[in-house]
Structure formats: C-alpha cells, structure tokens
Design a protein around this ligand. Structure first.
Ligand SMILES: NC(=O)c1ccc[n+]([C@@H]2O[C@H](COP(=O)([O-])OP(=O)(O)OC[C@H]3O[C@@H](n4cnc5c(N)ncnc54)[C@H](OP(=O)(O)O)[C@@H]3O)[C@@H](O)[C@H]2O)c1
Length: 292
C-alpha cells in the first residue's frame, strides 16, 4: 500500500517510516523541512509540505492510499481537508491528554482534532485515531531523557533526593516508542472492525515515585523520594526557569503530575496485537543504548 507519513521526521515518525518500509509498503515521508527529511530512511520517497499550506500538502498526498499522521492532533482538520479521493484509510495521532480536567491548550487542540475526525467519519471517511500516553525511549525523548541526564549529573557522593508533589503517588502509564511504532504499523491495515479511537499506553499504571526509582535504577542508582507540596515545587520550578536553571520538570508538568493517568491496555493488545513492555524494561533499554 502507498502510505504517506506526516510527522515523518519526528521522534517517533522516523522509526515508523523504517518499519512501514520493512513491512513492504511504499512510503512517502512528509516534512516541512528538507534538511530534516535528509536524515530519514532512504527507503522512503521524501516530500516537503506543510499541513497548514494547502498548495504544498495536497500534491504531497496526491497518490496516497493511506495517510498516517504523527503531527499534533490540532492539525487534523486541515489534514483531512487535503486528503486525495483514493485515500481509503487514515491513522491519526491524538493523546490521552484529552482526558485532563486541568486547563490545557494542548489538550483542547487534541479534543478539537478528535471532533474533526469524528465529523469526517460520520461523513463517510474511514480510519482510526490512536491516543498515546507519555512516549519515552527514543534518542531525543525529553520525558525520560532529561530525568536521566539530571540524575547522571547528580554527584554520586550525595544521596539522590527527588522531591515529588505528594510523594509521587499519582499514576502514569508511559509507552515505549517502539511499542507505539508497532501499534501504528498494525493500524495501517484498513479494518472496519477497529473502533474510532484506541489508547496506546504502557502495560499498567505506575506511581510517579516508581517511575523515578526505575529511572534511577537503570543508571545503577537509588532515588529517595521526598514528599513536597505542589505549590512549593511549582514555585521553585518557576523560579529556576526564570533564572535559567535546568530542572527536569516545568511547573505545568508538575501540576499535570498530580492527576492520575489510568487507561485500559486491553484494546491495544487485542485489536492491534501489541503487548507493550514494562517501563523498567524500556528505560533499561534506553540507557543500554546510551540514548540520553
Ligand atoms: N511525546 C509524548 O509524550 C506524546 C504524548 C502523547 C501524544 N503525543 C503526540 O504523538 C505524536 C508524536 O509524538 P513525537 O514526540 O514523536 O512528535 P514530534 O517529535 O514532536 O514530531 C511531530 C512532527 O509533526 C510535524 N509537524 C508539525 N507541524 C506540522 C505541519 N504544520 N505540517 C507538517 N508536519 C508538521 C513535525 O515535522 P517537521 O517539523 O519536520 O515538519 C514533527 O516531525 C505527536 O502528535 C504528539 O503530539 C506525544
């Protein structure tokens, strides 16, 4: 099948391009930037286009039978409007962030994208929207990469004290990037049996404290969790950012960390056949590859 991949130069997209080529598809990698396209697997045809520029995106997608987008869900509406008539299937990216109860413009963008996708399906389109949780593991992943770098810099002679709001008892369910790639690769086969959306998440929710401890353990270190009020930590993170100090998490991220993220993994396993690895295994793999 001829598949156009948007977001092909991204942290996950470039691995998806290689995987789809290996699976025997004719892949067109699309990016706004030529220099970023040059780093993409040569198995793919490369085209420069911007989803927001109709005169560039329409020709870039002209021969696609399937369009996969790893660009932000906020770009869904213009993307769907640019699809060629022979495109019979789309795989779009949302985010589990759509479920947050906190004020969050990025989550609003995901919800708008989801609404545009549902309206397009109601009008006769076919496809699926995959909603990843926190993605980690790629060489340039910021989520775990910056925590690893912070821990690596911390002097070995000092105990690794990690302050977390409320002691880090809220949950998160990170997905390893290669499991996400496998989910997208499975979802490109058109299937009326798929629901409109599937959450792409780690095997089970884990507390932030265990997330931090597993990250430290992958470096051969032990982390000691210190419970600190969110208000204090947010103020400290804001102050550190204002004076140019590098801290692993921003105030907004710390606030989001006080919401429990808990999702069902069974639909991903049964519908796409992907059984995601545990966070501990993924972070060990990232460290072993030296990707931080
Ligand atoms: N990282 C996470 O933890 C996380 C969690 C949940 C959901 N997600 C979503 O999952 C997807 C993949 O994540 P990622 O971290 O791999 O993404 P990423 O590295 O940020 O890549 C996003 C890609 O979108 C492309 N893009 C942006 N604006 C575009 C436009 N106007 N026209 C064409 N392409 C455009 C960029 O390509 P060029 O700059 O080369 O054009 C870039 O390659 C994203 O949609 C993200 O929102 C991420």
């Amino acid at each position: 099948m001829r598949i156009a991949v948007l977001g092909a130069t991204g942290k996950t997209g470039r691995y998806l391009v290689s995987r789809l080529c290996q699976d025997g598809h004719a892949v067109v990698a699309v990016s706004r930037k030529l220099d970023r396209l040059e780093a993409i697997d040569t198995c793919a045809t490369r085209r420069q286009a911007d989803i927001l520029q109709r005169d560039t995106i329409t020709p870039a997608l002209a021969d696609a039978e399937c369009v996969v987008s790893l660009a932000h869900a906020g770009l869904t509406e213009p993307l769907l409007a640019a699809l060629p008539p022979q495109c019979r299937w789309v795989v779009l990216t949302g985010s589990v962030r759509r479920s947050t109860a906190l004020p969050d413009p990025a989550a609003d963008g995901v919800r708008r994208g989801e609404a545009a996708f549902r309206a397009w399906v109601a009008a006769g389109g076919h496809g699926v929207m995959l909603h990843p949780s926190m993605i980690f593991g790629a060489p340039d992943d910021r989520n775990v990469g910056r925590l690893l770098r912070f821990m690596r810099r911390w002097p070995r002679a000092l105990p690794l004290l990690v302050p977390l709001p409320g002691g880090g008892r809220h949950t998160v369910q990170p997905i390893y990037f290669e499991d996400l790639v496998a989910a997208f690769a499975a979802a490109v086969t058109p299937s009326r049996a798929l629901p409109l959306d599937i959450e792409i998440v780690g095997p089970e929710p884990m507390q932030y404290r265990d997330f931090v401890r597993a990250t430290a353990a992958a470096l051969g270190r032990r982390a000691w969790i210190v419970a600190v009020p969110l208000s204090f930590l947010s103020a400290a993170a804001g102050l550190a950012a204002a004076i140019g100090l590098k801290v692993p998490f921003t105030a907004a991220e710390l606030r989001r960390g006080t919401e429990d993220k808990r999702f069902a993994v069974a639909p991903m396993q049964t519908l796409l056949g992907v059984h995601p690895r545990a966070f501990e295994a993924g972070v060990r793999e990232k460290v072993a590859r030296g990707w931080f």
